[in-house]
Design a protein around this ligand. Structure first.
Ligand SMILES: *[C@@H]1O[C@H](CO)[C@@H](O)[C@H](O)[C@H]1NC(C)=O
Ligand SMILES: *[C@@H]1O[C@H](CO)[C@@H](O)[C@H](O)[C@H]1NC(C)=O
Ligand SMILES: *[C@@H]1O[C@H](CO)[C@@H](O)[C@H](O)[C@H]1NC(C)=O
Length: 611
């Protein structure tokens, strides 16, 4: 049967028209604003207070970071508009507090007030990231994959009218954020735990010592978390884990970590920069934060803490390190991924199709780069905002920005780190996972391109012991090249997978949106898709993870869950075919058995197969 292919190709094409990167993603207004232009944040506070704050900002160790809150005013200027907010203003970040350009946290005062939807805002210099785009691109990937994530944009900052440089802005995971993202009450945010310290693991119990309740007021409320850690450690199977956590959702975050090459979250040695939250349905979910060190940032063999075989090589292409060598031997990952990686592959395949492919993400990357380039230039040319004179200095020039957002692998000799060019990492990782997990890289149509090949082909393992050549630019920097360099690539503007993500998305939110307490809504609205106007009479276009999709006016729509298509006498009726009168089968495919009537396909009755 060719018809499904034709139908899905047609609807993919219809959907690609005018489809933007953020279609079907529910973004917070502040970050939609920042996607279009770079606003100014002008903070004012009494000069004496600001002087005092600078004094407190002279720190070498992260433990010295001042926790003092200062009352201040924020003028937010965007698209020719100007708004004023009362805020509390303080230093922010962990290791970033020890940099010359330390981070700040802003809280919008007034219990119901927000800055376009966001209550707690983090300003970070992301000095470690020559591209200044890692925080943005990684969280864009999370959101576009249907995963709950912090959101990122940019601003120019002024304090008491002094230009302080260009900043990465993100929202901050606090009670208010959880209330907003999960649609829960303040009380229901009590079991929210932050794992921030270094070297945290579930399996050796260190999580119980090092993770803390995210809300200072509930700091003694650790029991649910401790029980969770014990339950994970006692779990032997996926079924055991399903009782306590949203398993597929967790697996999808792991797939994302792997694609990012993230060594600063769950899978790897540090095991931190994550929150664990127990939702009102009792299931735990993970939420990562802090994304300045991803996409091949600061990965090299000197960082090898484990006993992975790649630690023996001088030159490694980390984009080709397989997941079982990349993660640091977590039993939960063995149970959920290594023992049977079907679901991991499915989740990874979904992220690749939706966003982590050299078409979708490279186009988004170019768009962001174009928006921020002039601001980065001003920042790099002035080296503004470096108030911590004792702080750790990391200097990247505008040239580094231009190169590192493309293919230039920068070796910072002073700080002894190496950072992949963003596009180089993305394309190399994509190439590796496509070979290993079986992803179609050759197809030209959106319905096949960047999709998992079924049945799964034998994994092809590309070796990671590649030669890396180095070209010294000066005493401080060298440019590295992994041999052989990648061939040129022009992203395909016609490629898009803007279907609402279903695989590995949060089940609690999904079931909430299906709750028929509001009959005018259906499950697909939660993902930004209308319900099909014909309800159960809609012709089914695609069935994905038990969800039935139709199409109207060139857009996907959701078909209600209670249509009982499985009771149809002929399984093909829901696809718009008639029942055959006779039982003569002409062809059989994954959708059922087919006959022919007057030159058209018809669906064979189930009763034909009885006896
Ligand atoms: C748990 O593992 C981490 C990371 O390997 C290590 O640093 C820590 O000391 C261990 N903690 C315990 C209690 O064994
Ligand atoms: C990588 O390792 C393989 C197997 O040990 C070896 O045959 C090959 O020459 C190595 N390649 C490089 C570039 O070192
Ligand atoms: C989108 O997000 C906003 C604010 O976070 C929320 O109020 C709204 O209910 C969300 N819409 C959907 C369909 O989830």
């Amino acid at each position: 049967m060719k018809f499904l292919n034709i139908i899905s190709t047609l609807s993919f094409l219809a959907l690609s028209v005018n489809a933007g990167f953020w279609d079907n993603v529910n973004r917070t207004e502040l970050f939609s604003i920042m996607e279009e232009s770079v606003p100014e944040m002008r903070i004012t506070l009494p000069e004496k207070k600001w002087k005092k704050m600078i004094e407190e900002g002279q720190v070498v160790e992260q433990e010295e970071k001042s926790e003092t809150d200062y009352a201040a005013n924020l003028k937010f200027i965007y698209e020719g508009k100007e708004e004023n907010y009362d805020i509390s203003f303080k230093f922010g970040g962990k290791s970033t507090a020890t940099f010359t350009k330390p981070g700040y946290n802003i809280k919008i005062k007034g219990s119901e007030n927000t800055l376009h939807g966001t209550k707690n805002i983090r300003l970070r210099s992301d000095l470690r990231d020559a591209s200044m785009m890692r925080s943005k691109v990684t969280t864009d990937i999370l959101q576009k994959s249907g995963l709950i994530a912090t959101e990122v944009g940019y601003t120019e900052l002024y304090i008491n009218d002094e230009y302080m440089g260009f900043w990465v802005v993100s929202d901050s995971i606090k009670s208010k954020w959880i209330q907003r993202k999960f649609g829960v009450s303040e009380e229901q945010t009590k079991p929210l735990y932050q794992c921030r310290a270094d070297f945290i693991r579930l399996d050796n119990g260190s999580a119980k010592q090092l993770c803390v309740n995210a809300n200072e007021e509930y700091k003694d409320y650790m029991e649910p978390f401790n029980n969770f850690v014990d339950a994970v450690n006692a779990a032997k199977t996926r079924e055991d884990l399903e009782k306590i956590m949203d398993v597929d959702n967790f697996i999808k975050y792991l797939a994302w970590e792997y694609l990012m090459g993230s060594w600063d979250h769950f899978s790897n040695v540090y095991g931190h920069n994550i929150y664990w939250y127990q939702q009102p349905n009792g299931k735990w979910v993970i939420i990562p934060y802090d994304h300045d060190i991803e996409l091949g940032q600061e990965l090299w063999t000197t960082y090898c803490k484990g006993t992975a075989p790649y630690c023996d090589y001088d030159d490694v292409d980390f984009a080709r390190v397989p997941y079982d060598q990349f993660e640091t031997g977590h039993p939960i990952i063995r149970t959920l991924v290594h023992n049977d990686d079907t679901k991991f592959r499915e989740c990874l395949g979904d992220i690749v199709s939706k966003v982590f492919n050299p078409d979708t993400i490279l186009i988004q990357l170019d768009k962001v780069k174009k928006l921020i380039s002039p601001y980065v230039k001003r920042d790099r040319d002035t080296l503004a905002g470096r108030i911590n004179k004792k702080g750790k200095e990391i200097i990247y020039t505008y040239e580094h920005f231009l190169g590192n957002t493309e293919y230039t692998y920068v070796h910072n000799i002073v700080n002894t780190v190496r950072d992949y060019g963003l596009k180089d990492w993305i394309r190399r990782r994509y190439e590796y996972v496509a070979a290993y997990y079986g992803i179609n890289t050759e197809a030209t149509t959106s319905d096949k391109k960047h999709k998992l090949i079924e049945p799964r082909p034998e994994p092809v393992i590309l070796p990671y012991n590649l030669t890396v050549t180095s070209e010294k630019i000066n005493d401080d920097y060298a440019y590295l090249t992994i041999q052989p360099p990648l061939p040129k690539y022009t992203p395909d503007k016609n490629y898009a997978d803007d279907r609402v993500p279903v695989i590995g998305v949060n089940q609690y939110l999904l079931s909430k949106s299906e709750n028929p307490s509001n009959p005018s809504k259906c499950w697909s609205e939660a993902f930004g898709y209308k319900c099909c106007t014909k309800g159960c009479k809609t012709i089914v276009n695609v069935i994905e993870n038990g969800k039935y999709w139709g199409a109207e006016n060139g857009e996907w729509c959701g078909i209600p869950d209670n249509c009982e298509f499985e009771k149809d006498e002929c399984p093909g009726i829901k696809y718009g075919y008639e029942c055959c009168e006779k039982c003569d089968v002409v062809e059989t495919d994954e959708l059922g058995q087919w006959g022919a009537i007057n030159g058209e396909w018809c669906s064979i009755k189930k009763s034909c197969n009885k006896q």
